[in-house]
Design a protein around this ligand. Structure first.
Ligand code: ZN
Length: 311
């Protein structure tokens, strides 16, 4: 069986936390050995810590995501440092900058300042950091050049930046992690960018419960109890070919996940769909890519105190 490491997900997310035991078990049964679970704000760091204490496969990550910069408490940075003191197995994340439709509502200089503090902390602690970046790659690169290099590594999660910037980021210690969001890029653009990424810097992730891969519905795992999936919708997807003969192709109403509501939750076992897609773009086998990305993730996540053991 293939072995995989989900380099970035959010099993603590309130939308799926109660389902986490089942999601972890299902994904593990498909070969996912570890999950890097990223906290996003002071509100959810305790859930991340709790998951990590319960499941040997959960690698905790603590960080303040740019979307939650406004709500941070005056003590947020002290609290964050305390989480690292009490959780040696933790990495840093999710941190970042965002000038997208949601992020542009949040003061950018504050986003940069919060990111700077956390990147410096990651450096000081000698731990990798998982970074979110939307429409702000120039700003991120400038900050990373100023603070870097990052010998413990920086994960550019759900990377959708340009092919041209890959080299500059990798010189500073960046790894490039790909999720279902990659399928939103034009295939030719995704291919060009993927081929620029050094093979020893490729990672795979789900970003679950977000980033449902736009794959064929029959090939996806869904989260039990997902309210966006109505009985009617599920009936259509599961009985699409009942009649077979007379209705012909027209009976295949729902072919791929782009026809599902955009709130449909992603399942961590769908890392296989990301694997298949990235492998096809790189024109290598999924077995090769699984092992390559697994080894990269293990190397990156083998910092002092980590649960991940280099084998
Ligand atoms: Zn994320």
């Amino acid at each position: 069986m293939l072995r995989l490491l989900d380099a970035h997900c959010h099993l603590q997310d309130p939308r799926i936390l109660s389902k986490a035991p089942h999601l972890i078990k299902t994904a593990q049964d498909t070969g996912v050995a570890y999950f890097a679970v990223n906290g996003v704000s002071e509100q959810d760091w305790h859930s991340v810590k709790q998951l990590a204490e319960t499941y040997p496969s959960v690698i905790p990550c603590f960080g303040l995501h740019p979307w939650f910069v406004k709500e941070r408490s005056p003590n947020w940075f002290q609290t964050l440092k305390e989480y690292f003191d009490s959780t040696p197995s933790a990495a840093v994340g999710e941190i970042g900058v965002d000038k997208g439709s949601h992020g542009k509502k949040i003061d950018f200089s504050e986003q940069i300042e919060v990111l700077r503090q956390q990147l410096e902390l990651a450096k000081e602690l000698n731990k990798p950091a998982s970074v979110h970046c939307v429409r702000a790659f120039g700003d991120l690169l400038e900050l990373m050049k100023f603070l870097g290099p990052f010998p413990a590594g920086v994960i550019l999660h759900s990377y959708l930046g340009s092919a041209e910037m890959v080299h500059e980021f990798s010189k500073l210690g960046a790894y490039f992690s790909f999720s279902g969001f990659l399928m939103s890029l034009k295939a030719s653009k995704a291919k060009k960018m993927l081929k620029m990424v050094p093979p020893d810097r490729i990672l795979l992730e789900t970003d679950a419960p977000d980033a449902l891969p736009m794959s064929n519905i029959d090939s996806l795992y869904f989260v039990e109890g997902d309210t966006s999936l109505t009985e009617e919708l599920l009936a259509q997807t599961t009985t699409s070919s009942t009649s077979g003969s007379s209705l012909g192709n027209s009976s295949h109403v729902l072919a791929d996940a782009s026809m599902l509501p955009k709130e449909t939750l992603n399942h961590p076992a769908n890392i296989h769909n990301v694997l298949d897609y990235v492998a096809s773009m790189l024109e290598i086998t999924k077995e090769e890519l699984a092992e390559l990305s697994y080894q990269n993730a293990v190397r990156l996540l083998s910092y002092e105190g980590s649960k991940v053991l280099q084998k």
